[in-house]
Write a protein that binds this ligand. Sequence first.
Ligand code: SAM
Length: 196
Amino acid sequence: MTGVPEPPENHPDRLRWNERYRAHDGGFEPHPLSSAAAVEGLPEGPVLELACGRSGSALALAAKGRMVVAVDVSDVAMADLRKRAQDKGVAELVHCVLADASEYRPADDFALVLATRYWDPSAFTIAVGAVKPGGLLGWEALAVPGEHEGALPPWHIRHGDLAALVPEGWTVLAEELIRQGHRRFSRVLARKAGPP
Ligand SMILES: C[S@@+](CC[C@H](N)C(=O)[O-])C[C@H]1O[C@@H](n2cnc3c(N)ncnc32)[C@H](O)[C@@H]1O
């Protein structure tokens, strides 16, 4: 499914996120983008989730019979997701891959590629290239409003950037700016042209 090597133990993202996951339990709720994608309609085929964490989306999609390739740099999150998938009886369908999302090279075409609460431009390019014709891309990232001027905080995008990065010929089905407390998230759902 992938030829990408595991991230080294001193990979800065792996260290940072392992620490966070060790400090906090939970986080198995499905993301609204996974249900929004299902409502829009998905072609046959597997789902790829990049930077999945303890993905409730992967578990929910697998519970509906989808094969999910779940990629994350944190071995702690991957171990927790694998265990939860076993407990839920969907371990056969959730393939956990320990990898840096910016280096992951998908071997399949996917009905849905999902990444939530994450931003990396190389991973976005990889995600776009992994969607099969008629399939969907769902992405959510920390955002500043579109009118924000000046440098962006780390891991943020400007609202509007995601839709602008969706390739020509695709259809943007939804683009939203979500406020949660002091944080904002830009969310986009888009379909690649092709048979549904
Ligand atoms: C804010 S969490 C979001 C987790 C999940 N997608 C969600 O919506 O709850 C960010 C996730 O990105 C993962 N991550 C950070 N850097 C990464 C990288 N370079 N490659 C793959 N995953 C990464 C972290 O381990 C963490 O699970």
